[in-house]
Design a protein around this ligand. Structure first.
Ligand code: HEM
Length: 382
């Protein structure tokens, strides 16, 4: 039996009149860090936020595990993805019991075996590394766009349209949440045009895998939106840290570098669900309808889970992290569909990189829909 309601939970400092809304919009990382600190001080693993509706953020392995495995209680309908047209659809918004079947249809195309068949094509699409100084963030952006075009469409999608489609996602709120009916129609028409060709002629790119599935064209659009900024930001940080710490720039160290980058700067810094029934969490009643959040960012930097949590140290990956503490790709049934794809693309880029030197940059993490470096990140090719 729950002994108390949400008000019993610790919270970060509020502002008169708007609770946490202003800080949530303007500087959410300090806000959630203060929340986690307040929770730890109170011996708890969750804190509450006042965002106009009741919200609870948790960061312990136990919370992550519960939220990510109890799909009937922690649902996606009504979560933050709903307010972003880019992410509002397809597998991202489907819930139990339909979600598992949808994933089963999509997973093979994004599995390692099928991706290996695409690898020659994505490698061939890798843009050259510029001579002299260049901004690793801008280059990662262009590179990921070209690689995704190769993986999804064999490079046949209008590159200008793909860029125009994905660019608003990067902008601060509310830009990504604005409806863009004309742009979406143009993208859908291009997906349909190429998709129908795949249905007739076959093919082995991701479009060919998704086109025959129910709602397949929508899955293409939604998963592209989920793929682009996440992969770009992870790649940009990886490049930057390889330039700053060139001793790690060897093929055998790249896996640990990428893991460490994703621990410190998980592009999916906050995952959201809604509660579709009351939940008792350590004696507190979390109400039906509340937002329930988990944060790969907070869990990846929790001093109770990691030694020297704020230090970039790929050597820590000699040992396994605690279960449910490291979640850059989420977990459970909703584990990122593109995890293997993102890792394959990033590793191919890192493997092809010449030695780099960090010149100047601002790698402060900036949270938007995804978390990325403020930039620019100027590096020099040796
Ligand atoms: C480094 C790159 C990436 C990161 C860090 C990342 C992170 C994540 C995370 C944390 C989730 C879980 C969200 C949640 O629990 O609410 C997720 C889900 C998802 N990701 Fe990724 N992602 C990346 C790349 C990609 C790529 C390349 C694709 C392309 C297919 C993709 C497609 C998706 C989809 C469709 C989901 C929803 C899965 C579901 O709900 O069943 N992601 N991703």
């Amino acid at each position: 039996m729950s002994r108390s309601d949400l008000r019993a939970l610790p919270e970060p400092p509020t502002r008169p009149g708007n609770g946490h809304l202003q800080d949530w919009a303007l500087k959410p990382l300090p806000l959630i860090e203060a929340g986690a600190q307040a929770a730890r001080a109170a011996g708890r693993d969750v804190f509450r936020l006042r965002l106009g509706l009741p919200a609870v953020v948790g960061f312990s392995p136990a919370w992550n595990r519960r939220l990510l495995t109890d799909l009937r209680t922690f649902v996606s309908a009504g979560s933050f993805s709903r307010v972003v047209p880019y992410l509002s659809g397809g597998v991202i918004l489907s819930d139990a019991p339909g979600h598992a079947g949808r994933r089963q249809l999509m997973n093979p195309g994004f599995g390692k075996t099928h991706l290996a068949a695409l690898q020659a094509r994505t490698r061939a699409a890798l843009p050259p590394v510029p001579d002299g100084d260049f901004d690793a963030l801008a280059w990662a952006d262009r590179t990921v766009l070209a690689l995704l075009n190769a993986a999804y469409f064999s490079g046949e999608f209008d590159a200008g349209l793909l860029h125009a489609f994905l660019a608003p996602l990067r902008r601060p709120f509310p830009v990504p949440a604005l409806p863009r009916p004309l742009l979406f129609l143009r993208v859908e028409a291009e997906v349909r045009r190429l998709g129908h060709r795949r249905l007739v002629e076959g093919g082995d790119d991701l479009l060919a895998v998704l086109a025959p599935l129910p709602g397949g064209f929508e899955e293409v659009r939604v998963s592209l939106a989920a793929a682009h900024d996440t992969t770009t930001h992870a790649l940009a940080y990886a490049l930057w840290f390889l330039a700053r710490y060139p001793q790690w720039h060897t093929p055998e160290h790249h896996a640990a570098v990428l893991k460490e980058v994703l621990r410190l700067y998980p592009p999916g810094w906050m995952g959201s669900r809604r509660l579709n029934r009351d939940v008792d969490w350590n004696g507190v009643r979390l109400p039906h309808g509340a937002l329930a959040l988990y944060s790969p960012y907070l869990s990846g930097r929790d001093p109770e889970l990691w030694e020297r949590p704020d230090t970039f140290d790929p050597a820590r990956w000699h040992a396994k992290p605690p279960a449910w503490a490291y979640l850059p790709f989420g977990g459970g049934e909703r584990l990122c569909l593109g995890m293997h794809l993102a890792q394959m693309l990033i590793h191919d880029v890192l493997g092809a990189l010449p030695p780099l030197q960090a010149i100047r940059g601002d790698d402060t993490p900036q949270p938007g829909i995804t978390l990325g470096p403020r930039g620019p990140l100027v590096v020099r090719r040796h």
